[in-house]
Ligand binder design. Sequence first.
Ligand code: BGC
Length: 376
Amino acid sequence: MKKRFKAVSFIIVAMMFLSLLVACKDNSSSGGGSGGKSSKVSVGIVLPTKDEPRWVQDEQRFKDALADSEYTTEILFSQGSSAKEKENVETLLNKGIEVLIISPHDGEAAGAAVEAAKKDGVTVIAYDRLITNTDAVDYYVTFDSVAVGAAQAQYLVDQAEGTNVPLYLYAGAASDNNAFLFFEGAWSVLQPKIADGTFKIANSSEAEGLKDKAELSRDEMSKILGQVTTNWDPNEAKNKAQTHLTAAGADLKGNVAILAPNDGTSRAIADVFATDGDITSYVISGQDAEKASIQYIIDGKQSMTVFKDVRTLVKDAMGMAIDILDGKTPETTGTYDNGSIEVKAKQTDVIVVNQENVKKELIDSGYYEASEFTGL
Ligand code: BGC
């Protein structure tokens, strides 16, 4: 089963959100606008958890984008539980939503929730994470997740010096389709560099066993993820990193490279490596441009992050939702196979950020305020 983006060849309408902004007037972001169309909620938004800054940021960016909208919306969090997620969807269905924007906690388990929404005639937009093995998904707005993993890996390759650099692999949660896309992208760049002796795998016998395969099946990736998953949990990441370093001999210490799947897990893993006296230096990846990781990058404690401009994803999702409410067909740029159907998708590019361009990409661009950081 391949869940990759297939691009189609028509021109992307890049400024969709401009027209959205013009069309928008009056709304409170969660709970509905005072002068809105009616008291019912038009668009329901369900996000996976408030425990990670990434998703709190999405909430804030939705609120910013909706500040002047005439459409009523409500944002609910599932707190890492598929049961809570289903309950959230039902709550929103009872409020009469016409469009559901949902980032699933577990891509497969969310099938039941979106099938209930479809039964109610609601249009379903998967947001950032694909919902798999169901035909009840109408659209998907996402970043180029394979490119995220490839960018993380390329950074490690570019910084690697000499041969036999110990490579520590970590991955996201197997319940999240993105974890596979990130790993697939990373593996495509790392595998040739493992094969040519630049890197030696430090912490996964499954990856070691597959090191001669340029392309891995989903089952093969599952085996590696089974050993090196963080479950998107910084504590799990920290525990795994400690276990790995305790088991590692001198040949797996020194100057090392670490594939960390996102910023939360990257900081946790970096903290463990930084306190091991036998680690001379480490290069570590991340993604999400979380504020705490931007500070880590400024301080030289995290090497890079992949900046995914959430404002664009929010624009795309709300632009689609408004098109649907207005009876128009949303623009898409390709499709993703979710194991059951080809889901029409709109995909956004990502930007690699390190110490050199952090100010330009994240401060000068207005994404964050300089005052939120020290030592810029
Ligand atoms: C998202 C990442 C996020 C991770 C953990 C992924 O699906 O794409 O941005 O860091 O989930 O929440």
